[in-house]
Write a protein that binds this ligand. Sequence first.
Ligand SMILES: C[S@@+](CC[C@H](N)C(=O)[O-])C[C@H]1O[C@@H](n2cnc3c(N)ncnc32)[C@H](O)[C@@H]1O
Length: 195
Amino acid sequence: MLKAWLKSKISDRFLYKIRKQIADNIPGGSSVLEIGSGTGSQLIMLSPNIKEGLGVDIDSSMTQFAQKIAKEKRIKNIKFKVMNAQNLDSLKKKFDVGIAILTIHEMDYHTQISVLEKLSKISKKVIIADYILPNKTLGRILLYIDEHIAGHYKNFKLYLHNGGMKRVIHDANQSLIKKLKTSSPTIHIWICKFK
Ligand SMILES: C[S@@+](CC[C@H](N)C(=O)[O-])C[C@H]1O[C@@H](n2cnc3c(N)ncnc32)[C@H](O)[C@@H]1O
């Protein structure tokens, strides 16, 4: 739980404006599935405006933390479940919107493609927020250090080397609807759907 608490204090603040931008692209009354839901902050932010939300994360300390916060806030329309996003096809449900925030780059290439295909097959549209390679050297150095500390440097490096999200979206048979810049020079948002 310490890891989840630290994440909620550090990255959730950094991501606040990006979460708002994502929320602006989700119609009220939607059903939302988030893969790699972490501390649950995005779904918690969305909860007053959506019909229902399900967050899945491979890390049980994250889902426990997210569920605890939702309970404390008396939020009834969102749930969190421990699940590897590779097993999304076991969910017998379809959603209006699927989201993945800073999650795809943590996976190896084949998992990225398979997970994005599965997510888009059960969601009418998919919203992804993830890293791009910053233009400025300092930005690059900070991002590489951050990924080293986070412990998934190898997949992150390969993700950028392969062409980042542009390549993942192409290889996972997605039509790009919209691409948005964010308040962070290292993060973009892609909105897409299965071709
Ligand atoms: C950088 S965190 C982002 C958390 C959250 N999306 C947010 O906006 O704060 C990435 C999350 O993806 C989860 N994750 C990584 N690979 C996963 C997989 N294969 N299936 C489900 N969750 C995964 C990690 O456990 C982690 O909580």
